[in-house]
Design a protein around this ligand. Structure first.
Ligand code: ADP
Length: 366
């Protein structure tokens, strides 16, 4: 409580949760530090422990061990309503019999805020999410997106230090989801409050967050900015969970000042690769993102690989091409810009080349 960094709003120290009657912990020894004003997303597959962790922070679930601190204070003895945290869930949880105005005013009324202050705050909050004019409606008279904006406003109106959101856009269609993502990002920017967001959707996590916390099987796999996680994943799991990736294994050997990966389908000359300083020759796994694989009709370099096009997925401004190598491996290639002029066809034989500049070595054993 004393040696607390003033920029840290939330700290988890070795937090564990094992539900009664289960063999394995749902959350295992989690350590995490969240800075004030940060937009943090818990990302991971279903069952990886995201909601359990969020609910321990909210106070709905008691940790089996470990400590949770908000602004340096251990909150173990505080029930949910005393933690003063904003909360938004997937199913809105608005009061159906109350108007929009009363729903948003509720947390302030509960806190016995002066009537005049309530009037100003609710009006300002509704204006922020463009719901002015909807004050007298009831939740059932609003669309899903509008209801979720009311829920967001209600969660923020009392200026909580942290806003917790559990899959808040999960029930909305893709277009509306993207609109609300922009809105949530804008509100975060305007208010500067710490946001803690749970999702299993990696695109959503990348689009929204300053920091993404990747969960797997009850533990944190990696914490980083979206770019760090995309470019420098510390494990195969993270490489594969965030975006498409091609993981190629083989013996890494020196070639003068450069390196060569002796992969199953042939050597890859890693010219221009910024190898980690401590890399040693031997068996390794390298990641190439789909935009770092080049495809052409005919091989023009000796070490181009031969491959057969298996699938071409049209995505508008880009195309995802899945090819099979001679050894039967599957490689994903992304075509965009000028490359779309030469669309490969399913069944066609093509040459593959790997651009080594962004190649990334997955830490051994990970
Ligand atoms: P996520 O939010 O990542 O989908 P959860 O935190 O909901 O994951 O769940 C983590 C693990 O804990 C899962 O294996 C889930 O089945 C288990 N679990 C969640 N809630 C309970 C509960 N009330 N009782 C027993 N096991 C639970």
């Amino acid at each position: 409580m004393v040696d607390q960094d003033p920029d840290v709003v939330l700290e988890l120290q070795k937090v564990c949760k094992q539900y009664a009657g289960t063999d394995t912990p749902a959350v295992e020894e989690i350590d995490l530090s969240v800075r004030k004003g940060e937009f943090v997303t818990f990302l991971g597959p279903s069952g990886s422990g995201k909601t359990t962790t969020l609910n321990m922070i909210a106070g709905f679930i008691t940790p089996s061990s470990g400590r949770i601190l908000i602004n340096g204070r251990d909150i173990a003895d505080l029930p949910p309503h005393k933690r003063n945290l904003g909360m938004v869930f997937q199913n809105y949880a608005l009061f159906p019999h109350m108007t929009v105005w009363d729903n948003v005013a509720f947390p302030l009324v509960e806190r016995k805020v002066a009537k005049e202050t309530i009037r100003t705050k609710v009006a300002a909050a509704l204006e922020m999410v463009h719901l002015t004019g909807f004050e007298k409606r009831r939740p059932r008279e609003l669309s899903g997106g509008q209801q979720q904006r009311v829920a967001l406003t209600r969660a923020l109106v009392f200026d909580p230090p942290i806003l917790l959101m559990d899959e808040p856009l999960g029930a909305l269609d893709k277009k509306l989801r993207q609109r609300l993502q922009l809105e949530i990002k804008r509100v975060h920017r305007e208010l500067g409050i710490t946001f803690l967001f749970v999702t299993h959707d990696q695109e959503e996590a990348m689009a929204l967050s300053d920091t993404v916390v990747v969960f797997d099987r009850g533990g944190i796999q990696q914490v980083g900015t979206p770019d760090e996680l995309y470019r420098r994943p510390q494990s195969r799991f993270v490489a594969e969970f965030l975006g498409d990736s091609n993981l190629l294994e083989g013996a890494l050997r020196r070639d003068g000042a450069s390196w060569v990966l002796e992969a199953k389908d042939g050597p890859i000359h890693l010219d221009g690769w910024a190898a980690p300083e401590d890399v040693t020759p031997g068996e390794h796994c390298l990641m190439f993102r789909p935009e770092d694989v080049l495809i052409s009709d005919s091989a023009d370099a000796a070490d181009d690989w031969k491959a057969t096009v298996r699938e071409v997925v049209y995505l508008g401004s880009e195309e995802r091409v899945i090819v099979a190598t001679e050894s039967g491996g599957s490689i994903t290639v992304r075509l965009s810009g000028d490359a779309l002029q030469h669309r490969p066809e399913v069944g066609q034989t093509v040459a593959l080349r790997f651009s080594a500049r962004n190649a990334w070595l997955i830490p051994p054993g990970q």
